[in-house]
Design a protein around this ligand. Structure first.
Ligand code: MLC
Ligand code: AMP
Length: 513
């Protein structure tokens, strides 16, 4: 658990160089969840920066795990200088790294407990090579990093792929809209940002602040000229990018956001083209990234309908590719060739069904869970079932939604409705609870709750969240609560989420301040 700064990078590399597996943690999680991650992963050592000592110390004590607090870099500098001869002994061969586990990324599923996605070093290399080829990362990039590091979006797209290109990274401790604006527009030549990766909720915040701060036409013109001349790449993903955001961002900045689709289990899988920017299509996620194969399969039977396979990228990292020699034109497009196989004829060439993925960056197992061939997450012939419904038409993929209503995406965070329900049910006043996602302009979706109270009890949302906050992160807590007398259940006694949403949906909307 390190701050969003160089300490995270140093600790992560120290873990890798000593042949260990990193499990990035966030202080956003309550102690109970942190304990779960440490125990589930079987971590042998807890490392934190000084800032989080108070949070982690009691956890380490309770679990009887050793705790290492990163000390001031200054103190260590002298030490390292005296021991440079020892440094050559650190680290393993490239061959060793290959299939070895590098990190666990915990993600929520349709069960009530998060699962650790096992990322190997070779999955990381495959992803980094794919992103470099597709989006032209280079050493001249200056990346403004504001994403959390316990998820793949921040870990990979923003941090590790940029570092592997020799880019410079400016890290903010967290996303704060006005701080991001000030970095994007900053006058300091050394600090001129050229790349930004964000979730749609971040662009929504930036646009809300834009409306408050940059109304004056001269300022608006300055913002547009500055962004369009400086920014090489602005990406959006982790949740659907609404058309209004895409268009408004283009209007104020002249930049067409590059929307891509990914998942903790596969990294980045589908992407709009880098070049030409005009070919980036709103509400679409483009084509498979290098080495990724994507398939649309019939819902239920998983009969293959259409498969699209992209060529593998060149895995070699070279000075030339990173723009450190003058022999290669970095403006060259990052387009990939992909092969389309229609398994079944379709009159209009369009297909709809569950999205399946395959490729060298697709994970093979969750930590502590059955390997892929025995798991319902994979088809018998090895395709990963994403649980997303997608369409393929006009040579592009589109994400239509989740197949399970129990997965909510709020501000780019995946939230399991079942995990939230089981935390709410622990409240002494709650008799029954249903959790669902309700559309929201700022977060995409918000977590909403419908509850039945025990006899003679009263409950406010704040009281509910004070208790549930001991088990859940702030972004998992319900933003709205409706008390009802009877919870709609189907004939099998299961929560009828469709009916609950239909009956109560309009009462669960977040009221704007
Ligand atoms: C914060 N809050 C949220 C929230 N984030 N509530 C719902 N959903 C969220 N995502 C809560 C806070 O706890 C707080 O509650 C209130 O909302 C306002 O807080 P804030 O400080 O204004 O919010 P902020 O901290 O700025 O967070 C907004 C955000 C953040 C968008 C910056 O949510 C964020 O960093 N999201 C990124 C998630 C991410 O990286 N996902 C990638 C997963 S990987 P209160 O009660 O205190 O007021 C993946 C694969 C892929 O999906 O394709 O990339
Ligand atoms: P996570 O499990 O947190 O990695 O989230 C992965 C999920 O985020 C995917 O299964 C999708 O549901 C969603 N997602 C990611 N990118 C997009 C996108 N561009 N459009 C729609 N949904 C997306």
């Amino acid at each position: 658990m390190c701050s969003n700064d160089a300490s995270h990078v140093v600790v992560q590399w120290a873990i890798w160089m000593t042949g260990n597996i990193a499990v990035p943690l966030t202080p956003l999680h309550p102690a109970d969840m942190i304990k779960y991650f440490i125990m589930d992963s079987g971590s042998s050592l807890i490392i934190c920066s000084e800032q989080f000592e108070k949070v982690i110390q009691p956890v380490a004590k309770e679990l009887s795990k050793p705790l290492l607090i990163t000390t001031q870099a200054k103190d260590q500098e002298k030490d390292v200088q005296n021991k440079t001869d020892l440094l050559s002994d650190v680290g393993h061969s490239n061959k060793w790294y290959g299939g070895t586990e590098a990190m666990l990324i915990y993600t929520s599923g349709t069960t009530s407990k998060p699962k650790g996605v096992v990322w190997t070093h070779s999955m990381l290399s495959a992803q980094i090579a794919a992103l470099h080829a597709a989006w032209r990362y280079c050493a001249a990039d200056v990346v403004l990093h504001t994403l959390p590091l316990h998820h793949i979006h921040g870990q990979l797209n923003s941090l590790n792929a940029s570092l592997a290109a020799g880019a410079r990274i400016r890290m903010l401790p967290s996303f704060v809209s006005h701080a991001v604006w000030s970095r994007l527009l900053g006058a300091d030549k050394e600090d001129r940002v050229s790349v930004f990766h964000g979730v749609p909720a971040m662009y929504a915040r930036l646009l809300a602040d834009y409306d408050n701060m940059f109304q004056d036409p001269k300022t608006a013109e300055y913002v547009r000229t500055t962004l369009s001349s400086r920014m090489r790449l602005m990406c959006a993903g982790s949740a659907p990018l609404p058309e209004t955001l895409f268009k408004k961002w283009e209007e104020i900045s002249g930049i067409r956001l590059l929307e891509r689709y990914g998942m903790s289990e596969v990294g980045m899988a589908l992407s709009n083209p880098y070049r030409p920017a005009e070919a980036r299509t709103v509400s679409c996620v483009g084509l498979p990234l290098p080495a990724v194969a994507a398939r649309v399969a019939a819902v239920g039977t998983l009969r293959p309908l259409v498969s699209v396979e992209a060529d593998a990228p060149d895995m070699q990292i070279s000075l030339e590719k990173l723009g450190l020699t003058s022999t290669k034109d970095l403006e060259e497009d990052g387009q990939q060739n992909s092969k389309v196989t229609e398994h079944e004829p379709s009159d209009d060439g369009s297909y709809e069904g569950e999205l399946l993925l395959k490729g060298p960056a697709v994970f093979t197992r969750y930590w502590n869970r059955a390997p892929n061939l025995n798991s319902p997450d994979f088809t018998p012939d090895g395709w990963f079932r994403t649980g997303d419904t997608a369409s393929f038409s006009d040579g592009k993929f589109k994400i239509l939604g989740r197949t399970s209503v129990d997965i909510i995406k709020s501000g780019g965070y995946k939230v399991s409705a079942l995990q939230v329900e089981s935390a709410l049910l622990e409240h002494p006043s709650i008799q029954d609870a249903a959790v669902l996602g309700i559309e929201d302009d700022s977060y995409g979706e918000i977590v909403a709750s419908v509850v039945v109270l025990k006899e003679n009890t009263k409950l406010t949302l704040r009281e509910l969240n004070d208790e549930a906050g001991k088990k859940l992160a702030p972004y998992q807590l319900p933003k709205t609560m409706l008390v009802v007398d009877v919870m709609p259940r189907n004939a099998m006694g299961k929560l009828d989420k469709k009916l609950i949403k239909k009956q109560f949906g309009d009462k669960l909307v977040l009221k704007k301040a």
